[in-house]
Design a protein around this ligand. Structure first.
Ligand SMILES: *Cc1c(COP(=O)(O)O)cnc(C)c1O
Length: 237
């Protein structure tokens, strides 16, 4: 089980190399370790190796892990779709929801964020693959949603997130990432104080960093294959 620490180190090196190749500071890119379908013990190992931010796709699974690891000071990101019957748990338990794709869900998260906690960090998820993906908001609708979310007092809008459709062709992935980055830069130019562009996973983090990602979400390259028990719940990846 030393593997997690070694893998984590290898991923950090990949990030640093990609950053330098792009003329960027390695410290400008945050790593979120995606621990969906991994046991709490694997998260604890990564935590011992210095990893603080973890990503989960399923609220119930995440809450069980948070409870099991409550003595560690970890930061939790929701990277799976937010269902409306899960917004309360998401608002109460997560530090960041990366997958806001409607004003209705954003309002619920805002209303349900506990007063005792600081405003919930959120990202707007952009659907960059059209028909090929059901998650996220179409690029043309992003500015209106960003405006609405930025006005919600219990949310703090930090930026954009996207998941490209699976593609063997990294040039296509790169073009998708670039489109999101351009949208992000336009919003910043309009005056939105955004600092987070969440792109890139195990297979394409170098491309994401070359295209300006400030946060990468990495699962398999850190934890190895996900547990088979819930393989049927695996989103396409
Ligand atoms: C599972 C998942 C990841 C991690 O993917 P890997 O290919 O295991 O690195 C990143 N982002 C999202 C939204 C995911 O669902």
């Amino acid at each position: 089980m030393e593997a997690v620490a070694d893998n984590l180190q290898a991923v950090r090196e990949r990030i640093a190399r990609a950053a330098r190749a792009a003329g960027r500071e390695p410290g400008a890119i945050r790593l979120v370790a995606v621990s969906k379908m991994q046991p709490p013990a694997a998260v604890a190992q990564a935590a011992r190796a210095g990893q603080r931010a973890f990503g989960e796709n399923y609220v119930q699974e995440a809450v069980a892990k948070m409870d099991a690891l409550a003595d560690l000071d970890l930061e939790w990101h929701l990277v799976g779709p937010v269902q409306s019957n899960k917004t309360r748990a998401a608002a109460e338990r997560f530090d960041c929801v990366q997958t806001v794709a409607s004003e209705r869900i954003a309002r619920r998260l805002c209303e349900q964020r506990p007063e005792r906690r600081r405003p919930l960090d959120v990202l707007v998820q952009v659907n960059i693959s059209g028909e090929a993906s059901k998650s996220g908001v179409a690029p043309a609708r992003v500015p209106a949603l960003v405006r609405a979310v930025a006005a919600l007092p219990r949310l703090r809008l930090r930026g954009l997130m996207a998941i490209p459709e699976p593609a063997a062709d990294l040039a296509l992935v790169r073009a998708r990432f670039r489109a999101v980055r351009e949208l992000y830069e336009r919003l910043r130019a309009e005056g939105f104080a955004l600092d987070t562009l969440s792109l890139g996973m195990s297979d394409d983090l170098e491309v994401a960093i070359a295209e300006g990602a400030t946060l990468v979400r990495v699962g398999r390259a850190i934890f190895g294959p996900r547990r088979a028990a819930r393989a049927s719940a695996l989103p396409p990846s």
